[in-house]
Write a protein that binds this ligand. Structure first.
Ligand code: SF4
Length: 283
């Protein structure tokens, strides 16, 4: 890969990974992915630590509920796959990481906190507080331990009240061009509601550089295939395909390097191979 690399939170390309009701578009954030491409960033899509731990039917939780030894162990394993992908990319001149502010896992500058969470799901008090989510904390530790340096960090504010996609894109663009990440605006209005597409498309590693593939993200959440010698990354991807299928989501795959490996892993687990997407993700 070389050049500029962006480590991208899974849900920025695949809103199906969100806790229900937190999606802001049906598939992936197409303008954000197009901006990364326009600024010359190769994308490494990170696994969603919550989705791969609790699945796409999980409840909303606050940071303290995820701050357990078991979840940290899971994050450490998943972070190892990000470190592997970065090592295989063979160095870069600019490494950025796009988290999601407000998230208990992926918050960069803002995470959440609630004192009285647990037990029967229901409305609880929650506060936005400065700080990193559990996943970002563990991921940065793992990258440092592997000698991969510290990326420049920004948290996209799509979970925050007052989220304005256009203002956020402009903030991201300033950051990609070298500026320090400013704090996201926090307003009053809830983020814009959207209905997730319940359609997931597995794409080749280079798919994020292909404008035709990025256009598909209007309807499909994109999941990136890992490179060769993927090991745990391939298993995590197969876990996600299984979970989405179990919940009745449509999952398809674009032909390309790595799809045969994933299909072999799915059939080893007793699942059907991925077929090519039809024209209608709901079809
Ligand atoms: S913010 Fe992080 S944990 Fe939450 S859905 Fe996105 S990738 Fe998963």
């Amino acid at each position: 890969m070389g050049g500029r690399i962006a480590l991208v939170s899974n849900c920025l390309a695949n809103q199906n990974a969100k806790v229900a009701e937190y999606e802001v578009c049906p598939g992936g954030m197409v303008p954000l992915l197009q901006l990364l491409r326009a600024r010359g960033f190769a994308v490494i899509q990170m696994p969603c630590p919550e989705m791969t731990f609790l699945g796409c039917g999980r409840w909303w939780q606050v940071r303290a509920q995820y701050d357990t030894a078991g979840y940290r162990r899971h994050c450490r394993m998943a972070a190892g796959t990000v470190a592997d992908a970065l090592s295989q990319a063979g160095g870069c001149t600019d490494l950025v990481l796009l988290g999601v502010d407000g998230s208990p896992s992926s918050g960069v500058q803002v995470t959440d906190s609630g004192a009285d969470w647990g037990g029967r799901p229901g409305p609880r008090e929650v506060a936005l507080v400065p700080g990193q989510g559990v996943w970002i904390e563990v991921l940065l530790q793992v990258l440092a331990e592997r000698g991969l340096g510290r990326p420049r960090l920004i948290g996209i504010g799509s979970e925050l009240p007052g989220y304005d996609p256009e203002a956020e894109l402009a903030r991201l663009d300033r950051f990609l061009q070298g500026a320090e990440a400013t704090l996201p605006e926090i307003g009053e209005a809830p983020p814009p509601a959207a209905v997730r597409g319940r359609a997931v498309l597995v794409v080749p590693q280079e798919g994020f550089a292909d404008p035709d593939v990025l256009a598909l993200a209007a309807d499909w959440g994109l999941l990136q295939l890992p490179g060769p010698e993927a090991g745990a990354a391939l298993e995590l991807l197969a876990d996600q395909v299984e979970d989405y299928r179990r919940h009745g989501y449509r999952v398809a795959g674009l032909p390309g390097p790595g799809l045969a490996q994933l299909n072999a892993e799915l059939s080893r687990r007793g699942g059907a191979p991925l077929s090519a997407p039809g024209p209608d993700p709901r079809g």
